[in-house]
Ligand binder design. Structure first.
Ligand code: SF4
Ligand code: SF4
Length: 340
């Protein structure tokens, strides 16, 4: 049996989530990309290099994740990966929906990329394709198998919502069959399309699962998966009484870079023009205040300020109006190392 541990935030390592374009071949129901905020740009290779240069002082301790949109739609993804390798980034991951355009598996080698990270939102074709689009399940599984055949290590990201939490228990044998090395469970955020659905004049029910659904399902299944030798990471979401709340915006080093030049420190802020940094003429500079940093400083009994602003329905209050628990920073993770 494997034990889980909460991963403390670290200032000694940096996570750089680099959206090199926002275009995608899919139109997932809960896509977090918001064209109004994130634009429709595709960065030229020269700009990708310049912006990577802005982070290369600490490149050895920086985990670089290329994403989009669908990053393999970028014709220079392979060149960007090779450049990042030359600059010595600590790890390089490509997040993909599995379509692997541009023959990307043949243009880079397993020495140049630490992980291909695939997204799948259901253990069955029916559930995944209902959320991510017709044919996406078969294509994603085929992409994983091809990546493994080419010798790449693979991760799989499963974003939990009310539409697919019931299929999480079917994932352990599928992950093993696909030879997945790392499994990431995410919680759906009310961002991008999910936020639009909620805010429309005839809103649909929130796709977010309740605290009890989450706690009854996710930690137990994560343990079962880890027992099969697969490393599992999932967000903490709900703090236990007495657990310390920390905001990653204050105590960690994460950057979410978009091709329109906005650089956020918190993913929950991405639907708003409150980024704390931006690229101007390829230099990373502070953005005007007020911005997300001003929210990071606020100390409220509910924990995460952005959660209270954009998805307050996941907080329960007692009869005196006191929150029954704090919502953790969305970047606080539980990790279970896979051990057979
Ligand atoms: S694959 Fe990613 S970027 Fe593309 S539509 Fe789906 S969630 Fe959005
Ligand atoms: S999710 Fe909340 S706690 Fe985490 S960085 Fe954003 S504002 Fe801070």
């Amino acid at each position: 049996m494997t034990g889980s541990q909460t991963v403390a935030f670290s200032k000694n390592s940096t996570n750089l989530f680099f959206h090199i374009l926002t275009k995608c071949n899919l139109a997932c129901r809960h896509c977090y990309i918001n064209p109004t905020q994130h634009g429709k740009d595709r960065l030229p290779l020269s700009t990708i290099k310049a912006w990577l240069g802005a982070f290369s002082k600490n490149s050895r301790s920086t985990n670089l994740i290329f994403l989009g949109g669908e990053p393999s739609l970028h014709p220079d993804l392979a060149a960007a990966v090779k450049y990042a390798g030359e600059r010595g980034f600590g790890s390089i991951t490509i997040d993909t929906n599995g379509y692997l355009f541009g023959d990307i598996l043949s243009k880079i080698t397993p020495k140049e990329v630490d992980y291909f990270s695939f997204s799948l939102d259901g253990a069955t074709r029916e559930t995944n394709d209902g959320l991510r689009g017709q044919g996406s399940y078969d294509t994603c599984l085929d992409g994983i198998r091809r990546a493994v055949r080419h010798g790449f290590k693979t991760s799989l990201i499963y974003t939990v919502s009310t539409d697919n939490i019931h299929e999480l228990e079917m994932m352990p044998p599928l992950l093993e069959n696909l030879k997945i090395n790392r499994f990431f469970i995410q919680v759906i955020g009310l961002r991008g399309k999910a936020a639009l659905e909620i805010n429309e004049s005839e809103p649909v029910a929130s796709p977010q699962v309740t605290r009890s659904q989450w706690l009854d399902t996710v930690p137990g299944i994560a343990r079962l998966i880890a027992d099969r030798g697969i490393a599992v990471t999932y967000p903490k979401v709900f703090l236990e009484p007495g657990e310390m709340f920390e905001c990653a915006g204050k105590v960690a080093d994460n950057y979410f870079v978009f091709p329109n030049g906005r650089v956020y420190r918190c993913p929950l802020c991405e639907d708003f023009p409150i980024h704390s940094l931006c690229f101007q003429e390829d230099h990373l500079v502070p953005a005007a205040r007020l911005n997300e940093q001003d929210f990071f400083e606020l100390d409220i009994p509910e924990g995460c300020v952005m959660n209270k602003l954009i998805q307050p329905r996941n907080i329960d209050y007692d009869e005196k109006g006191v929150p029954e628990y704090k919502i953790a920073c969305c970047l606080l993770k539980e990790e279970i190392n896979g051990a057979r």
